[in-house]
Design a protein around this ligand. Structure first.
Ligand SMILES: Cc1ncc(C[n+]2csc(CCOP(=O)(O)OP(=O)(O)O)c2C)c(N)n1
Ligand code: SF4
Ligand SMILES: [Mg+2]
Length: 289
């Protein structure tokens, strides 16, 4: 057993070097509270690597491995296979990767793992850009958001990785948000218990990359859901379920105005964003029986 004896509270040390108000930090603390010490984590380069550490130092009190952007899922599957060969089915192997590492650079390796049915829990923390290397736009950057590679705003919509993962017919896939911690914890608990590959995609506002006051991280996360810019749902054995009603949405401006990355947008851009939200909601509702 990987029983780690520690008097310290939680599996993530205090004083990690994420920015003030980092949504990712809250996510990893809460996820590891649920998964517990019998977990092995694989983290690719990105802001989460601030937790796997540098040199001989780590902020995590669980065993971990830092892989590459291309192959986080494959590393996790290999580690899981190693445990299986030893007759050990008690260890959760968690792949914990950013949006760039997931929806762009590592998507091929993730797809292979999901198709083969490898029993890993893959969690994408989505701060909607390649933050660690200077806020470059990713496949998960939303429409019209300014990044260092999309200074006039991203021209097209984002990918929906929950749907892409679910299309592999895995037993459990869900979206989540750090603005809704109870919902997030329930989903991590469910994913941990599933016998098969599971995928969670967590919206984690990033004050540095999105341009908002670090005190407003939770406000930003909640505003995304309240305006329909981020939708909370899960797909369990093919059955899709909304985790928050989307009948009384607030105007999307309440979300956009919080953030510097949308400060350049025009009235026509807002219309396009609204349309995109409506399209996403109709597609989601159509796919629920
Ligand atoms: C193949 C490859 N391309 C580029 C890099 C450089 N790089 C390191 S971290 C990073 C950003 C990753 O973005 P994301 O996965 O969204 O994580 P975040 O930094 O936002 O937490 C990049 C591009 C790399 N390590 N490997
Ligand atoms: S850049 Fe964003 S995601 Fe990265 S450590 Fe800072 S706040 Fe967190
Ligand atoms: Mg990112």
């Amino acid at each position: 057993m990987y029983e780690i004896k520690t008097q310290a509270k939680g599996l993530v040390a205090h004083g990690v070097s994420t920015c003030a108000g980092c949504g990712l930090e809250l996510a990893i603390r809460k996820i590891l509270e649920i998964l517990g010490s019998n977990t092995v984590i694989v983290i690719p380069p990105g802001c989460a690597a601030l937790f796997s550490g540098f040199g001989k130092e780590t902020a995590l009190r669980i065993p971990g491995f830092q892989g590459n952007l291309e192959n986080t899922a494959a590393y996790a599957a290999g580690i899981k296979a190693g445990f299986e060969v030893q007759g050990r089915d008690d260890v959760t192997v968690l792949a914990f990767a950013g949006d760039g590492a997931t929806v762009d650079i590592g998507i091929q390796s993730l797809s292979g793992v999901l198709e083969r049915g490898d029993k890993v829990l893959y969690i994408c923390y989505d701060n909607e850009a390649y933050m660690n290397t200077g806020i470059q736009g990713s496949g998960s950057t939303p429409l019209m958001a300014a990044t260092s590679t999309t200074p006039a705003g991203k021209a097209g919509p984002r990918k929906n990785m929950v749907e892409i993962a679910a299309a592999h017919k895995i037993p459990y896939a869900a979206s989540a948000s750090i603005g809704y911690i109870d919902d997030l914890k329930k989903k991590v608990t469910k994913a941990k218990a599933v016998d098969g590959p599971t995928y969670l995609h967590i919206h984690v506002p990033c004050p540095t990359g999105w341009g908002f006051d670090p005190a407003l991280t939770i406000r930003a996360a909640k505003a995304a859901v309240e305006t329909g810019a981020w939708l909370l749902y899960e797909i369990e054995k093919g059955k899709k379920k909304l985790n928050r009603k989307i009948d009384k949405l607030k105007p999307v401006e309440e979300y956009l105005q919080l953030q510097g990355r949308f400060k350049h947008i025009t009235g026509a851009d807002i219309k396009r964003i609204r349309q995109e939200i409506e399209n996403n909601i109709s597609a989601l509702l159509r796919s629920i029986d």
